[in-house]
Design a binder for this molecule. Structure first.
Ligand code: NAD
Length: 256
């Protein structure tokens, strides 16, 4: 039985790797001995700026683009672990005020991107087995007003994960989800959910304070804490765990 987080000799693929939770997971795996990281993100300059000690392959592109996963990864080789994590978080509008184009864009990145990623990495794991984590959200389990597209996409990711777990088991492929509550990452600066922050640090700190109040633990985690939970699911310590959503939400889902 494995006694530690040991990723030596392993190759891991991460999408949305240039920022936030994806970047923290890349650093976490690097610190835990991973041999090679395949990092995917549409922000190529940010990918290039990442300083890691293991072998790194950087792939710039859009996870909802089928070409990225086909011709763009023709020479991918074997993959042991994957975090399918790239996502966007439009929001702030009620269903009646929402725009169809924004809905479709959210589904394309958050759902198509995970579907295409699962299809590619599960092929790359077929010979030896492996472990996949997909990034959902507490929003995929609890209805927050103004999050229709995002919440629906994250619920779809949970069901995709369960189907993938059922299909992958016979090949030794485990598939699980991480479902964070609010985490302090740049996604909040881009999302409309919170209004326009425009680089206003005081407004950002106030927003994080409000988000913390929505949890039982009254805190917003940093990305390293989420990366450690993802690392556990990817590791051999979770050898008997497949088809689950690990909620790391400080109890937000239990608040009425
Ligand atoms: P982030 O904005 O810091 O990082 C997201 C990364 O994904 C960015 O580097 C961005 O360039 C990349 N990306 C976005 N669209 C892409 C695309 N189409 N193709 C390739 N790359 C793309 O955000 P984060 O908070 O680290 O988010 C990571 C995941 O965690 C997302 O799926 C998000 O929905 C989920 N999540 C975040 C929170 C939170 O509070 N931060 C909570 C729950 C779930």
């Amino acid at each position: 039985m494995a006694s530690d987080f040991d990723f030596s000799g392993k190759t891991a693929l991460i999408t949305g790797a240039a920022s936030g939770i994806g970047a923290a997971t890349a650093r976490w795996l690097d610190a835990h001995g991973v041999a090679k990281l395949v990092l995917v993100d549409m922000d190529r300059p940010a990918l290039d700026a990442m300083d890691l000690s293991c072998e790194v392959v950087r792939i710039g592109g859009d996870v909802s683009d089928v070409e990225l996963w086909t011709t763009g990864m023709r020479d991918l080789g074997e993959i042991d672990c994957a975090l399918l994590n790239a996502g966007i978080a439009p929001g702030g509008k009620s269903i009646v005020d929402s725009d169809l184009a924004e809905w479709k864009k959210c589904m394309a990145v958050n759902v198509d991107g995970v579907f295409l990623g699962l299809r590619r990495v599960m092929k790359a794991m077929a010979a030896k087995g492996g472990s996949v984590v997909v990034t959902s959200s507490v929003s995929g389990t609890k209805p927050y007003p103004g999050t229709a597209a995002y919440a629906t996409s994250k619920a779809a990711v949970l069901q995709l994960m369960r189907v993938a777990a059922a299909e992958g088991a016979s090949q030794g492929i485990r598939v699980n989800a991480i479902a964070p509550g609010p985490v302090d990452t740049p996604i909040w600066d881009k999302a409309d959910i919170t209004g326009s922050l425009h680089g206003d640090d005081d407004a950002r700190a106030a927003m994080m304070g409000e988000l913390a109040k929505g949890t039982l633990l009254k805190r917003v985690p940093d990305t390293d804490e989420i990366a450690a939970s993802i690392g556990f699911l990817l590791s051999d310590l979770a050898v008997n765990v497949t088809g689950i959503a690990l909620l790391s939400d400080g109890g937000a889902s239990l608040r009425v």
